[in-house]
Design a protein. Structure first.
Length: 160
């Protein structure tokens, strides 16, 4: 049920056509759902790149080597995108340090984001698509945690 609600929330936000957060000043323009969609697209691109690298690895001509190199660069770029988005958007702008009773929630959110960062790093280091799936699974786990904490508050803010 939680997954359904989180997915419904993400869909609702996307339909609203909100703007991406664009800076680290306290402007208040945040689009968490769009960031999640972008993270998923980055992992999907990495998976396609890994698949193409495996296919091109079977060939030995210069054109295939050129294309494999381009797919490797694409994989790197999208893994960097994931790491940058997680670090500079969620960890820096959205997840606020908490203490006391709220510390467990903070620790769970930061741990979840760290796991996404590690998955992106593993995608850089290998062509093993299991790291893509782990990254996507970790995004889903983060959604469950994050939108439980922020989703209702975010929806109420949007209504005003």
């Amino acid at each position: 049920m939680k997954k359904y609600i989180a997915s419904l929330f993400v869909s609702f936000i996307l339909v609203q056509g909100l703007v991406y957060a664009h800076c680290q000043v306290p402007c208040g323009i945040y689009d968490d759902a769009a960031r999640i969609v972008q993270l998923r697209e980055d992992f999907a691109t990495i998976q396609k790149a890994m698949n193409q690298i495996a296919i091109l690895n079977q060939k030995s001509d210069a054109q295939s080597l050129n294309q494999a190199t381009r797919w490797i660069m694409t994989k790197e770029t999208h893994a960097n995108n994931i790491q940058n988005s997680v670090s500079s958007y969620f960890l820096t702008q959205r997840i606020k340090s908490k203490s006391g009773k709220e510390f467990d929630s903070y620790a769970s959110l930061t741990t979840s984001l760290h796991q996404i960062l590690v998955s992106a790093m593993k995608c850089k280091q290998t062509v093993d698509v299991q790291h893509v799936q782990k990254g996507l699974d970790r995004i889903n786990a983060f959604i469950e945690l994050y939108f439980d904490d922020h989703g209702k508050k975010h929806l109420m803010e949007m209504d005003h």
